[in-house]
Design a binder for this molecule. Sequence first.
Ligand code: AMP
Length: 322
Amino acid sequence: MCYNYLMKKILLSGVKPTGRPHIGNYFGAMKQFVNLLSSGDFDCYFFIADYHALNFIQNAEEMRQNTLDLAIDYLAIGLDPKKATLFKQSDISAHTELSCIFDTIVTMPYLMRAHAYKDAVAKDKEINVGTFNYPVLMAADILLYDTDVVPVGQDQKQHVEYARDIAQKFNSIFGETFKLPEPLIIEGVATVPGIDGRKMSKSYDNTIPLFASREEIAKAVMSIVTDSGAGIPENVFNIHRLFKDGKELKLFYEKNIGKYKILKEALIEDINAFIEPLRERRVELAKDEKRVIEILKESAVKTNEKANKKLVEVKRAIGVIY
Ligand code: AMP
């Protein structure tokens, strides 16, 4: 393996097309995608993790729609396909082929330590092999591109650590092949809380969608659970501070102690002011679905070239090609 240190660092991350992204996805990860892309310091890859989503969405029409919607979301937040590679995981078969190779060096007890697996077991859920193997496919997603940096929320930290471990194990068995990626997690937004104070998550049904209408924002904010132990409703404040400067906001909350209606109305205004331009851009982009599909098709050609090159290197290392 030979690195060119004059080249930009490689940044990669993905989102599952499991429904509308929420402000937790945005502040925890997607905002970093936009900032880091515009810094010009990275060669950026953002993908739609449809094979990961298949563990949750098993309906073809829904999968097609969610995938297209997420591609539009990526464009609407400002990911320029001329500057970043935006692609769909299932278009690049090297991801699943590499995952299959990794399966042979990853043990079951090691995967049993994954949080997602342990949670499912604790809840007595029947877990499918796709979910069990999720960290292996994610390691393939990351390692295939010689990724340096993976911007994610706190819930994905362990998965990036799995990718590092798998890279190290592969390198020690077959020789230096993979770079060790680093997670990039921003303090303060590593776990964005939902309207019930728990981590914002589609599976908890406690989200504020990123492209929500004003009515949806108002409905979600009005149902924020207000526990005011110290006089300030923490659940409202902790969402509000994503949209407004902390000091100014604290003063406003101190001035309005106990006045939940005023505080929530201010939050609705601030969220709406932030979301409105994104929502409008999204409406425009959604008018031309053909163009969005075209962008994915074009990037699949370029991305396959890069991924397949790496896969050849891997196949040489394990001795299945001459
Ligand atoms: P997913 O929807 O699971 O594909 O998540 C997409 C990205 O959003 C990942 O980097 C997650 O870590 C991040 N994310 C999801 N929920 C949250 C949250 N509540 N706070 C911060 N980041 C999050």
